[in-house]
Design a protein. Sequence first.
Length: 577
Amino acid sequence: MADQPRELPEECWELVFNSFDHHSYLEPLSLVSHGFLSITNHLRYTLTITEPALPFLPQLLRRFPNLKKFRFQQFLGDLSPILHQISLSGLDLESLCLSNQKSFPLLGLRSLGSKARNLKELICFNVFNLQDADLIEIGNSFPFLEVLDISYPDYYCGVSLNDSSDTPTYSGVVGDHGVIYISSTLKRLCKINLSGNPFLTDNALVALSSNCVLLTEIEIRHCDFITQRGIGLAMRNSANLKCISANGIGVPSIDSFFKDSFFYVRALCELDLSHSFLSDEFLCSIGEACLPLKKLVLSHCYCLSFVGISFLLSKHQSLVYLDLQGANFLTDEHMAELTKFLGNLTFINLGLCSKLTNATFFNLTTNCPLLNTINMERTNLGVEEFSTEVVVHAHVKSLFLSGNNSLNDECIKKVAYVCPNLEVLDLACCFNLTEEGIIEILKGCQQIRSLEINVCREVKNLQIDFEVPRLEVLKAQKLIIDDEALAFIGKRCPRLSKLDLKGCFNVTAKGVKEVILNCRALKEINLRWCDNVRINNVAWMVCSRPSLRKIIVPPCYLPGMKEKDFLLRHGCLVCEN
């Protein structure tokens, strides 16, 4: 390594490197010089740990002295010894994610709690056998927690071998006792996610809202015994409440006490009532409360009508996020009226609204000047011609249009014209699109970073004969493309980092080699079910392209333990899925 350039002081380089939006961009910089290596090491704050990386954990803890956040991913073993090791590192942890674990690391958390007393965020999503005793340990170990997620624990331990009835049995359970305990110990708690804990009752929710005076966010989806009255009491107790996420509200009817409670949450800016029975009367009562709503999620709700939605939106024209997925009563005429109230919108989800066509897309891009993301998956885009007077919308960066069977090349060309600054585009399962439309998108949208064209079965000859300077992610599962198309992709997409070719039967090792040799930023490639790819030397792939971090190999090839260890030491995980 060369010495660090001396034109700028270290503080200036730190400012430059901090401007990158993901730590992966720091990796190539760390290879430039010893000075850059030292700077990038100090700027790494998040570490994701997988089981194969465990032998390198001591070196990683020494290399990155400012780590604040740990995430465990695809980890099947006991986490307690690992957490104990982290506790001895002296790192000042602020966030820990233990999601999808097969056991709760009680001893490890106790050890970590004696050192990392400033931990502010603990995520325990989908942890097996979570129970009240674990919550009590969390409350005792991390008194300064501000964010806690104990959602969707895995309660089932399977079928007992001694039980001929084949009835699943419950293991540990989170109940009111554990939640009431942490409500008395976690005085700084601001956000809690209790979703998927079906044995909690109103008592737990009322204790939280009464004892945790700083509470701003509550998520209680799929909590069967929490009633409308309990939610109403929580709203009345929590003056600082800004976000409520619940579902299944309104069966059989909306309680008047619950309805009136919306007048007490004067700071409420995010409301999610998905999968609920919501009458026009209820929606109007929320509108009359004049809340400072910025985010509204009413996906897959029942009893919704245009009257209630229209009144609610007319009273909350400051909304920036709106999710009406599954509101299949909406028509183009309805949306033409609603867009008059959506001038501040940056995100809209109209997926599964089957009556909506090109006219709605045109109205959104014309009347909502701040829109950044549009989701119109599985609607009716393409069944009619676009208006001849289309308006360019420079702000739209993300479009999700998968499952629009009528979407054709001419329509997608108009989309490219209307949204020239697209960065993310999902066209999966658009069966009428051909390579002509995809080529036009790539030509017209030079900022595109991620393109998904999975199962677009009419895309056959994707010959990209021009530079695609910013494309980083290409998902092309189950296409009929061949080695020639891969050669074009390799030569014309210099920043490609992730390529998904799952189920591309016409691809062979020859095409894969072209990508490996030409895509210098490639980090991940998926070759699952690519039956014609015969890889005899995965080590060659890793050594030829050192940036590779993950290879999903065809089922006909799986490296032995020695080769796996060799590849992992080069920073690349080789697996079947």
